[in-house]
Design a protein around this ligand. Sequence first.
Ligand code: SF4
Length: 189
Amino acid sequence: MQAALALCFRAFSFPYMQKKIKIGISSCLLGRNVRYDGGHKFDAFLIEALSPLVEWVPVCPEVECGLPVPREAMRLTGDGKSLQLVTIETKVDHTESIMLWTNEKLKVLEQEQVCGFIFKARSPSCGIDDTELFSESGRKIGTCPGIFSRAVRDCFPSLPVEDEEALQEPNIRESFLKCALLCQSKFGN
Ligand code: SF4
């Protein structure tokens, strides 16, 4: 099944592709041990299906902004417009450090000509729209984008972005790849 899907992607894409498409990805989905608990979230199906077509650009906002592995779990607090990334037990606010790093990282991603991004669902840093949002008192008040993925989407509004769960759907994968190819062609690649 997986091999058939990979072949399907090749048949769809190779006639138009001069080289692999650069896609940003949450590092834990590639199997890197960067999660708060020291583990990863390797998505074998997605990585095996897309790797023949894609040059991965792995990003872990929490580790790359200077947080250790393992680290205390965090969550988002705020009103949805203003977000804070705060550790759950000790209430340490890491918003400033991750945003300082993000502002520099956005410039790097632009220079790298990344043509799409695959984010880890529900992460306070990487989730797209399904990250839990809490009040300062700890009450769940809704969902919102993760703090890094929101910055990426604000900076590159036409960049195709999905999470690994949405990309289990063949139609969404195909649409994502088409948009990424279009983006690549605009870069002249
Ligand atoms: S979801 Fe994002 S921040 Fe969390 S471990 Fe994965 S890449 Fe790092």
